[in-house]
Ligand binder design. Sequence first.
Ligand code: ADP
Ligand code: GLC
Length: 489
Amino acid sequence: MLGFAAMPGSLHVAFAASEVAPFVKTGGLADVASALPRALTALGHRVTVLLPRYGTIALPPGSFAGAVPVPVDGAHRSAGFYVSEQDAVRLVFVDHAEFFDRPFPYGVGNHDYEDNRLRFAFFSRACLEFFRSRGERPDLFHAHDWQTGLLPVYAKALYAHDAVVGRMPVVFTIHNLAYQGNFPSDTLAVLGLPRHLGAPEALEFHGGVGYMKAGLAFSERLTTVSPTYAREIRTPEHGYGLDGVLRARADDLSGILNGVDYDEWDPRVDHFIARRYSAQRPAGKRACKAELLATFGLPAEPDLPLVAVVSRLVHQKGIDLVVGASEDLLRRPLRLVVLGTGEREVQDGFRRLAQRDPARFACRFAYDPVLAHKVEAGADMFLMPSRYEPCGLTQMYSLRYGAVPIVRATGGLRDTVEPWDAARGEGTGFLFAHADGTGLVWALDRALEAWGDARGWRRLMRNGMTRDFSWRRSAEAYETVYRSAIADA
Ligand code: ADP
Ligand code: GLC
């Protein structure tokens, strides 16, 4: 059990998330599901985080806490619970070998597992069953993305009158509206859910069943991870077919910017980098740059700016625009390192670039958390040309590491990077409006121009390094949303 008594006014929040760092991570959701609970406990709340026990997870010390039946598809299934505690957060690993003992959370390469609709229906229901079986009622659930979209449906439709979890308030957070968990129309029947849930105002989506839509329709409050994205997803351009639903729920939808876990992402304390440094004492960054160049096999030329990408190499991130602008890049005085995994064509494009000018372009197609730290620390500029970006964490990391962000003005990028104004010495980075090579190269040229003025550049770096995106403020904003969800339930 948690080692402290609940304080008056404090809440018990149950998080349901399909990835949580450091146990399993494919993107920023894992960082959020790890850091936000800790920020909430720092405000005096209790948090239980539930996640699937994937085969790759090395379990921390803890204990087995029983198993309960979790029917999803007519087969006899049960979930085992393994409970641990870290930084005063209770962690519950939901075990079902057939569903979760696999090498990847969602699928292999670009192919999703075929039984994802069962796997995540099971997980969502198991999260409720954990509490039911213990007779323990949290104050609310905080569910994340389509993988947990059915959780509020189970709470409201199936367990409406349950003594423990009945009418459980749910706050649902959209981390990425493009991934929706849409399944065929027989899904309700397969799951044994009432047919009336197939109505357009419930789970029906383009003739099938949408798990993201379920989360949007059945939760008291909806949030997404930046104010700008909260506006964008109500438009057809960024709404991926759900903009109408989101417009209808506009009063219940808010954008709360993600924070940064500065215990992990700060060059003053980072254990992974060659030398620590800070805004006041930035000298160590030179050693980090030298190490990074060596790691990527590039010659040490400290005066030539080093541009970096750390990203999933997918359409969302606009990384193909960088490849498309190859000819322009080859003509400019810069070096580029890329750390990422994803689409083959993008990788091939970077590989060709690296072959054409191996002294200036290098890439590593891997998922490497330690190298991600070294890249932030060693880079002068950080490139993020996203087509859309719900929040984005890496640009906030790069601000703290003095790797000046060059970003597309969308979503959370717009909310976290302020345009550099050389005359006033204000701003933290460079933004461009259009998701094309011209926009990207235009912004890159502004950055290269600023690089030419050493004093101005130092100021620009310092501005970014001293910005504070710590979780506390966001956690307080979530607390307000939690209380309004509870009042509404
Ligand atoms: P998204 O969740 O859309 O991928 P975010 O910027 O929110 O974007 O979060 C990305 C997270 O994944 C960051 O913590 C980043 O450091 C990490 N990351 C992305 N690609 C890699 C990689 N190839 N190796 C290590 N970490 C990576
Ligand atoms: C998603 C988004 C990213 C966001 C992350 C955490 O993966 O693509 O922009 O930062 O979720 O909320």
